[in-house]
Design a protein around this ligand. Sequence first.
Ligand code: PRT
Ligand code: ZN
Length: 283
Amino acid sequence: MKTLKIAIQKSGRLNEKSVELLKNCGLSFENYKSSLISPVSNFPLEILFLRDDDIPEYVQDGIADLGIVGENVIQETQVSVNYLQRLGFGKCSLKIAVPNNSGIDDISQLNGKSIATSYPAILSKFLTQHEIQADIRTISGSVEISPGLGLSDAICDLVSTGGTLKSNGLKPFADVMSSEAVLIGRDELSANDLVIELIQRIQSVLRAKETKYVVLNAPKDQLAQIIALLPGVKSPSVVPLAEAGWVAVHTVIPERDFWDRISQLKQAGAQGIVVMPIEKIIL
Ligand code: PRT
Ligand code: ZN
């Protein structure tokens, strides 16, 4: 079968997590910073290291079959590619922000104002939807300093912690879009066996990230109550302990549910609760 090519960011915010995800899928490759292509030794796949802005077009044009990139970049480049899987990292929001003392508190007040951004296509669509006529100033970096320099009245930029806005005296004002890293693919490839296999591996890694393997000791007479508190992938395994009247309960549960239930489990008599990470969950 033909070797696939997947494009990931060469360096920047998505590089490390993209490499980690592919390695967790059992793919073996060198993360050469200096080269453009790295072959995977145990799967028919080559990794292309690119600037994130180029990834959607490379996938659309068939230079790469798959890509990992932020939704913000896909929307801005307006390409036609398939969204195959949301990946849960690189989360951020594209927001319009204004200086703290601007007096702007309603979106209609953006009419006639200038907005600096690196995302003119997305912003223009948003303004049209809200029937706002503003002057979009496209700049490629350091958008946040633009109001302070008198270059624009507002900005539209990506925000994750909000620290950059704060330290530049800006306040978030309107949400334009939220974004995360996604796996994209060429339209024709959705039914390709290798693509399906890779998506399945990625999904098993993502599922495992959200769940924990939990082992706890329970008095036998409290077992039903404890199991009721532990919704697992399937029903839990119950193993007798050397001490009479006690069992060990093994199960796999979503981490977010687990933390809420610890005190109830303890009250129900659970002891020696051990929580372990899981590498993959294959359903
Ligand atoms: O070199 P290359 O072109 O490949 O990379 P790049 O410099 O264009 O992008 P990079 O590496 O900065 O970001 C890659 C992707 O990460 C983006 O396209 C988003 O999908 C995602 N991402 C997630 C972010 C952020 N969070 C983020 N906070 N991209 C940029 N930022 C910037 C933002 O522009 C602002 O300057 O971080 C600053 C704000 O951060 P906070 O934490 O202060 O709010
Ligand atoms: Zn970029």
